[in-house]
Design a protein around this ligand. Structure first.
Ligand code: CP3
Length: 340
């Protein structure tokens, strides 16, 4: 079995497996060349081109896992909310969901019909990888999807989302319930198409109070994870989650993703035994020279202290300004320093 899959199951590995969130993204010259000619959505809808992005990144970096080329917001587009990726400003949702009526009006979407290209991409990427490294599928968690749907795009404090969450809990639960069912179906479709591990991105959940997470988010995230085909490891990731780690573990996942704002050793002690950890180098560390990258990688490996189930990753995605050679230096350093 491949080291990445073993680590997801907390089995011993000869070295610590490493991959990077957003490893198939704008810091890669090959990706920028493709994007110069075509829009992001157009690329996602072309399974051959999207599979190629996945495979090119793996070949270039020497990482231990591949990630499907897609986006967490793609499943929202068929709801008719007007999803667009405008150059530079990140994603925009032109008709955001703001009221209980908006929530009630959202159509029930079947991913197999609405985003068949994602499953086709997964099939082709899996075939093209030819068993070299496992393929990771992914989706947004209900909270993070709802946050984008309500705000209409990214936000610093997610106040519109919180207004609905605290002010109209009935509508909030109805929305998250809908998104949880959609997400479970979407991930099960990816699993049927050949992804071997899934990552649930609750990127912005760290903006919540623990009590709000427990009552208004946790049941929905748990429903997604419990609705997945058995036997496929789940990585449950968020940023700014120092106050939520125990609750995220309660929601589920075989591996918990950590950002760089927590000490990996302390966080793992809090999570307790029986769970893996993914992380947690600051993406900005990759802007430093390779010697410094190596020093910080070693420090994180020391914090993991040989526990079973560590997957090395950044605490969030690769920054677009990152030199490719620095990413390669990180991957080599992790392999070399962790060899047992
Ligand atoms: O290597 C990979 O991880 C590829 C697949 C992937 C993308 N998006 C491609 C993408 C994954 C796993 C995502 C997840 C995603 N998308 C998240 C969760 C993780 C995170 O980074 O927080 C979120 C919040 C989104 C929503 C999203 N999509 C944003 C905020 C943006 C714009 C800003 C940015 O970071 O690029 C996107 C666009 C996007 N998704 C791009 C890529 C390669 C850039 C599009 C372009 O080429 O212009």
């Amino acid at each position: 079995m491949h080291p990445f899959l073993k680590a997801c199951r907390r089995e011993p590995t000869a070295f610590t497996p490493v991959w990077l969130m957003r490893q198939a993204g704008r810091y890669l010259p090959e990706y920028r060349a493709l994007r110069a000619r075509r829009g992001f959505l157009e690329l996602c809808r072309d399974p051959d081109a999207a599979a190629e992005v996945t495979v090119t990144a793996v070949g270039r970096l020497g990482v231990d896992a591949a990630i499907l080329f897609a986006d967490i917001l793609l499943v929202l587009e068929p709801m008719g909310v007007g999803l667009e990726y405008s150059r530079g400003d990140g994603p925009v949702i032109q008709r955001p969901v703001r009221t209980a009526e908006d929530v009630a009006r959202l159509p029930e979407v079947l991913p197999e019909e609405a985003v068949p290209f994602v499953f086709e991409t997964a099939k082709r990427a899996r075939a093209a990888l030819d068993g070299k490294v496992p393929l990771i599928g992914f989706a947004g968690a209900p909270f993070t999807l709802a946050a984008y749907l309500i705000e209409g795009g990214g936000s610093r404090d997610w106040l519109r989302a919180k207004r609905l969450m605290h002010g109209e809990p009935g509508a909030w639960h109805a929305l998250l319930d809908k998104l949880a069912r959609l997400t479970a179906r979407y991930l099960n479709g990816q699993i049927a198409a050949g992804v071997e591990v899934v990552q649930l991105f609750d990127t912005w959940v760290g903006c919540l109070a623990p009590a709000a997470y427990r009552e208004l988010v946790l049941p929905h995230t748990r429903a997604v994870i419990q609705g997945l085909a058995p036997g496929v490891p789940v990585i449950h990731f968020g940023t700014g989650t120092a106050g939520l780690l125990e609750l995220m573990r309660e929601a589920g996942g075989d591996v918990i993703g950590l950002d760089w704002r927590v000490d990996l050793g302390e966080a793992w002690a809090r999570l307790g035994p029986g769970v893996g950890v993914q992380g947690n180098l600051d993406p900005a560390a990759l802007l430093a020279p390779p010697a410094e990258i190596r020093r910080q990688a070693r420090a994180i490996l020391e914090r993991a202290a040989g526990r079973l189930g560590h997957i090395f990753n950044l605490g969030h995605g690769v920054l677009p300004e990152t030199p490719v050679e620095h990413v390669i230096a990180l991957v080599e350093a992790v392999h070399e320093l962790s060899r047992r």
